[in-house]
Design a protein around this ligand. Structure first.
Ligand SMILES: Nc1ncnc2c1ncn2[C@@H]1O[C@H](COP(=O)(O)OP(=O)(O)OP(=O)(O)O)[C@@H](O)[C@H]1O
Length: 891
């Protein structure tokens, strides 16, 4: 039993042991499994945690890429939009206030749209928000923020003013509630009439005015040729009318009539440069209206992103700009360019002058050129205007416009300027500028004290008139156009003779004035049909007796050009010139009658650069044989060696000339001829030079001697030089040396011998041998020496004998007396005969002293001495004295 119990116990123990072991294994396995599971869970967790991170990164990467592309696109669009805006609104239309200044649009350039702020596009902060106004449309502002609206209005107006030439934008303000308070900064424009304020109740009138203005522009300015002023400006480069901007700020509800007018202005204004900027007045729907809803700091434009508004322009900038604009306008309009008057270079010299000469002189009120014509009608022109009003400039402009159209074969100019100044000298060849105007045949400058220059020109033209009339008669025609048709190879250009300050020529009642008026009248009457046209300019024609005393003369000047404030150029009741602005002229081809008035704005043509560009172009086009214009310069001293008449002199191969000539000085004439004294063997062929001017007296004797010497072979003539004034010594000695062996020198001591010997020689038979010229310098100084008797006669008696008998024996006296009375004394006293003095040159001797027996008639010649001029009278050939310019010293 014990065993069984022991066996049982052992079995139980074994069983229990086995169970325990299995359990332990199972636990271990379970634990291992748990650990493995835990491990997996951790892995899974880790894996699970890693998954969203990857996906997000991809998404973010993609998003960033899209963002980047978007930003670049926006940046590109922004840049393009900003560029376009800059082009559309250049300079003052869009510049920031800190660097803002007026930049007026060029002549054919559109003014562009105006900036009010920037478009509030995220990332697009530099795209300007633009509003079209000038030449484009109208602006309507809405919203309750009055200050912000005012800021927009000021910005628009200032930019508009800055984009136009001063005066080209005119503002009208209607602000019944605040009486223009918002536009106070623009007030300075009012001083130049560029800002008008309309009081309460004035809306209807204002709108009526605008409608009327639009109507006028449509009918007279656009005149069916252009659809808008903008088109006209693009086509012609001219803007004949200013823009009008009406700023209408609130007020009562417009009446039906006012609504109707508002409607008309909106529909038709933009084409005529009439624009509205309104607030508190609904504008009718129209594509030209830009509506801006203004909120504090922001605004909305239909169809655009919101706009961040610019700050208002600084008050000082507004006032300063307006003040400057007003000052510029008050100073007068800017000149139009001279090139407006010229045809394009390939059209120059293409016009035919057979029937007349036509060229523009400036711009009319509607931008059309105002033309000046010379031909059968009107044939001649009178230009008037006080000093400084632009006569010279007008002459330049006219000459330029003509010279660019007609070649020198069609047109020639002769020009004389009686006022001081040398501006016309540039037409002739100069030292500084070798060019000349190829049409110019003669230019007279510094001639204010030499009316003879005017006379010379008129005489020359009279001669040309005669030549043309003869040619016309020969061909049995009457007019230039016909003459040119029957004689196509002839040289028959139209001639335009311009005389500036011509009243100087006609001043006084002397012989010069009388002859000038006679010649003028003849030229004015007959020049018309022969293509000779006179253009006379004067600062004051009222006092020209010679003009008003000859109505027939004035009547020929049917073309009148009056500069501002000109008197008596237009007809009596035509006072258009009195209200003319600066640089304008009334052009009137109806003898000044009101109906003929045309107002022209004259371009600036007289400054050196403007003019010389044209002159150089024309000069390069000149024909190969073109010669420079003859320049009469009253201040220039001619030289004998250059004188054509002197160069033409020569000595005969054999024998002696029958009548040698002594050249005394240059005649004032168109060909620069010399005054010549013929010295044949005839009584009285002596010369007296009268006056105290040493240099001029020496110059006359010098030229006489040198020109005579040129007509005798060496050794065939005698020149006896006696100099009795030490001041004349250098000149006389120079002559003595140059005449070399043919000359003999005498002084105070020896002059008596000269007289005695010469007088004795006259008595000997066959005395008319070699010519003998006695050149006596200041002979009156020898009166004392000559008073002594030698061989029964005094030196003076011998001198008288030589004067009397010498010329027939080829012995001529060319003597200088320092006064008329001294000469008379030497000739035998105040009542002595003077017929042995056949010719004289008066220097500073007055006309009155030259009367009685020296000059025909009574009272002597009209002669008023002036420096470096002489009056030459040769009783054998002259009816009246001839003014000469002595030749300058040769060395
Ligand atoms: N149309 C113009 N545009 C611009 N400047 C002008 C114009 N006309 C004249 N001027 C200027 O005005 C000034 C006076 O003009 P201009 O010499 O032609 O006058 P004027 O009437 O001939 O005077 P004066 O008789 O004193 O010589 C000059 O400096 C000239 O350049």
């Amino acid at each position: 039993m014990a065993d069984r119990r022991a066996q049982l116990a052992a079995r139980v123990r074994r069983t229990l042991g086995e169970a325990l072991g299995a359990t332990r294994t199972r636990v271990a396995a379970a634990q291992a499994e748990l650990a493995a599971e835990r491990d997996r869970l951790a892995r899974v967790r880790r894996a699970a945690a890693a998954v969203p991170e990857r996906v997000g990164a991809e998404r973010d990467r993609r998003l960033a890429e899209v963002d980047g592309r978007h930003a670049a696109r926006i940046a590109e669009l922004t840049r393009r939009a900003a560029d376009a805006a800059r082009r559309e609104a250049p300079g003052a239309a869009s510049a920031e206030w800190a660097r803002w200044r007026p930049t007026p649009a060029g002549r054919a350039e559109p003014p562009g749209a105006l900036r009010v702020g920037t478009l509030a596009v995220p990332g697009a902060d530099s795209v300007p928000a633009l509003v079209p106004l000038l030449d484009a449309g109208h602006v309507e502002l809405t919203g309750d923020d009055r200050a912000a609206s005012e800021a927009v209005v000021s910005a628009l107006l200032l930019r508009a003013v800055g984009r136009a030439d001063p005066g080209a934008v005119r503002l009208t303000a209607y602000d019944p509630e605040h009486l223009g308070g918002g536009l106070a900064g623009f007030a300075p424009l009012g001083t130049a009439g560029l800002l008008t304020s309309v009081g309460p109740g004035g809306l209807g009138r204002l709108l009526d005015d605008l409608v009327e203005h639009i109507r006028r522009i449509n009918s007279t300015v656009l005149a069916g040729e252009h659809a808008s002023l903008r088109e006209l400006a693009a086509a012609t480069g001219r803007r004949p009318e200013p823009w009008r901007v009406a700023v209408l700020l609130g007020g009562e509800e417009p009446s039906r009539h006012e609504r109707g007018q508002l409607d008309r202005v909106v529909r038709t204004g933009a084409a005529c440069g009439v624009h509205l900027v309104v607030r508190g007045l609904g504008l009718p729907g129209d594509p030209t209206v830009t509506r801006i809803r203004v909120e504090p700091g922001r605004a909305r434009l239909a169809g655009a992103p919101p706009v961040d508004l610019d700050p208002p322009p600084p008050a000082s900038l507004v006032t300063e700009t307006c003040r400057e604009v007003a000052a510029r306008v008050n100073a007068g309009p800017a000149p139009t360019p001279f090139t407006d008057l010229l045809p394009p270079p390939d059209r120059m010299w293409r016009e035919d002058s057979a029937t007349g000469l036509t060229a523009p002189i400036g711009e009319g009120p509607h931008g059309r050129p105002v033309l000046l014509s010379l031909g059968d009608y009107p044939p001649h022109a009178l230009i008037g205007g006080p000093s400084g009003t632009g006569k010279t400039n007008l002459i330049f402009a006219w000459i330029g416009a003509l010279a660019a159209r007609y070649s020198p074969a069609e047109l020639e100019f002769y020009l004389l300027d009686f006022k001081e100044g040398v501006s016309f000298a540039r037409f002739a060849q100069g030292r500084r500028d070798p060019s000349w105007l190829p049409h110019m045949r003669l230019v007279g400058i510094n001639v204010n004290t030499d009316r003879e220059f005017g006379l010379a020109l008129l005489r020359f033209l009279a001669e040309e008139l005669r030549r043309r009339a003869d040619a016309a008669k020969k061909h049995e025609v009457t007019k230039l156009a016909e003459l040119r048709a029957v004689d196509p190879t002839g040289h028959w250009p139209r001639i335009v003779a311009v005389v500036d300050e011509f009243q100087m020529l006609l001043a006084g009642r002397d012989a010069v004035a009388r002859e000038a008026a006679d010649l003028l009248e003849d030229l004015a009457r007959r020049g018309r049909s022969q293509g000779i046209h006179l253009v006379l300019a004067s600062q004051d024609v009222r006092g020209i007796e010679a003009l008003w005393g000859r109505p027939a003369l004035v009547a020929q000047f049917t073309l009148r050009i009056a500069l501002p404030k000109a008197l008596r150029i237009l007809a009596e009741r035509n006072d258009a010139a009195q209200s003319l602005p600066r640089h304008h002229a009334v052009v009137n081809a109806e003898s000044g009658l009101v109906e003929g008035n045309e107002i022209a704005r004259i371009p600036s043509a007289s400054d050196w650069e403007t003019w010389s560009e044209l002159q150089h172009r024309l000069w390069r086009m000149r024909p190969p044989d073109a010669a420079p214009a003859r320049l009469f310069d009253g201040d220039a001293i001619p030289r004998l060696a250059d004188a054509p008449d002197f160069r033409a002199l020569s000595a005969p191969e054999t024998g002696t000339l029958r009548a040698p000539v002594a050249l005394l000085g240059e005649i004032i004439d168109v060909q620069a001829r010399s005054a010549a004294l013929r010295l044949p063997r005839a009584p009285g062929r002596n010369l007296a030079v009268l006056g105290t001017r040493v240099d001029e007296a020496c110059a006359v004797l010098d030229a006489a001697a040198r020109s005579l010497a040129r007509q005798h072979r060496p050794g065939t003539a005698r020149f006896s030089i006696a100099c009795l004034d030490p001041d004349a010594d250098p000149a006389a000695r120079a002559l003595y040396e140059d005449l070399a062996d043919d000359a003999a020198w005498y002084d105070e001591e020896s002059v008596t011998e000269l007289m005695a010997e010469t007088a004795a020689g006259l008595g000997s038979p066959g005395a008319a041998g070699a010519p003998h010229y006695l050149l006596l310098y200041a002979v009156d100084a020898a009166a004392g020496a000559l008073a002594t008797r030698i061989g029964g006669r005094t030196g003076l008696e011998q001198l008288r004998r030589i004067l009397h008998d010498g010329p027939e024996r080829r012995t001529h006296v060319l003597a200088w007396w320092r006064g008329v009375a001294r000469m008379r004394a030497d000739l035998g006293g105040p009542a002595a005969r003077t017929d042995q003095i056949g010719a004289w040159v008066a220097l500073d001797a007055h006309g009155g002293e030259l009367g009685s027996s020296l000059y025909p008639g009574t009272g002597g010649p009209d002669w008023y001495p002036r420096p470096w001029r002489g009056l030459f009278f040769d009783r054998a050939v002259h009816r009246t004295g001839q003014t000469i310019i002595p030749y300058g010293p040769e060395r």
